[in-house]
Unconditional design. Structure first.
Length: 87
């Protein structure tokens, strides 16, 4: 193949790449927002940190549960989990 041939993503794939570039900032903004809301709720600076420190272990537990149940994380799974916990 000649060196002048260049490949790049187009359309939806290019949009996805652009959105992934800002993902770290979006996650950081979400954690800061949750910290502020919990800080207002509990009127404390330390309690939100205590609650947010449980997120990594909760994420690992959720991934392990999906692997054990051989289930995919999708919109249908989220709706089913919310509807079963509400009843």
């Amino acid at each position: 193949m000649p060196l002048s041939v260049q490949a790049s993503f187009q359309g939806t794939a290019a949009s996805f790449q652009a959105s992934v570039k800002n993902e770290l900032w979006l996650i950081l903004a979400a954690v800061v927002t949750v910290y502020i809301v919990l800080g207002v709720l509990y009127e404390s600076y330390i309690h939100p940190i205590t609650i947010l420190s449980t997120l990594p272990s909760a994420g690992v537990g959720a991934i392990l549960a999906l692997l054990v149940c051989r289930s995919d994380l999708g919109v249908v799974a989220l709706i089913e989990s919310f509807s079963s916990s509400a009843s």
